[in-house]
Design a protein around this ligand. Sequence first.
Ligand code: 9MR
Length: 351
Amino acid sequence: MALFLVACAAYVGWDRDVGQADPPSGQDAPSLTLRGLMPGNVRIGAAADGALLDADPRYRATLAADFNAITAENAMKWANLEPTPGAYDWTASDRLISFAQENGQAVYGHTLVWHSSVPPWVSEEWSAERLRAALRQHVVTTVTRYRGQVWAWDVVNEVIAEDGSLRDSMWLRRLGPSYIADAFRWAHEADPDARLFINEYGVEGRTKKANGLFKLVRGLRADGVPVHGVGFQAHLRLDAVPEDPIGNMRRFAALGVSVAVTELDVRLALPAKPEMLLDQALLYQHMLRACLAVSTCESFTVWGFTDASSWISAHYPGYGAACLYDKDMRAKPARDLLLHELRTHADETPS
Ligand code: 9MR
């Protein structure tokens, strides 16, 4: 695939300028930053977390300069917000919100209902009523706290199995499939203006899982459940390029929902060779093109923006280098190609 993708790069006339010496800063002209070039109807986001936000000025400068939206990578997960029952700790999520507000950025809330990051004190042994009440309390408390400050929520995350059926989770086992519709209704009551998303991985192309998600969203919409958007996570690797992401996103859009790329990264086998970085850039471009091609794509978000802070190495030993910037905050070919793609898009779009 490397040769094919490099040929594509030549075809699009991409004049690569690898490894800028300095990360972007608030002083850069908008034409030099991702947020400056992104069309006004699409947010460009990055997942970010507490530690580096406080520790590293370059991290803060790059996050502020290149992105106009932030997703809470971990700070708003239930286990982190409510480590002991009723004792909420909003420190990290409040910090993220205030950083975003200082920098004119929207906040994407992640994630209300998930099979993972459930506090250890929540027990599958509880009665269904008690479990449902605890889940409702968590959703309502969290959405209410950030009402008007979080533009969109991942209400349910990763609820589909590989074969397209509902994922086997504590929520499904104990509450049955209705927990999904309930969560959307609770979140909508708590903040009627927030955009409510269902978020999933492995659904960017025409997969069985994508078909299962499609049926679920179609059913929820038919039942009048307030599902406003579908998030395509897009944790990608070079040997599994999503098939027809534009057509796939468009079929969801035809259900009346927005779509978003919510967690894009492209992991590489280490050490990353120069040609792998070019292929990686083309995959980033592939997903940006898909978002820009779908009129209801509301946001395009990368899952971390620097290799200094990415979940990949801990979860996939031997893999890494998945982000737009390297460990020293130098722009990689992927970031340059996204800039190029946005400039081309602006030139081709009638004003
Ligand atoms: O990047 C996140 C990592 O730091 C956490 O340890 C992990 C568990 O909470 O979650 C990672 O983010 C996941 C996201 O919440 C949902 N989609 C998959 C992401 C990568 O695992």
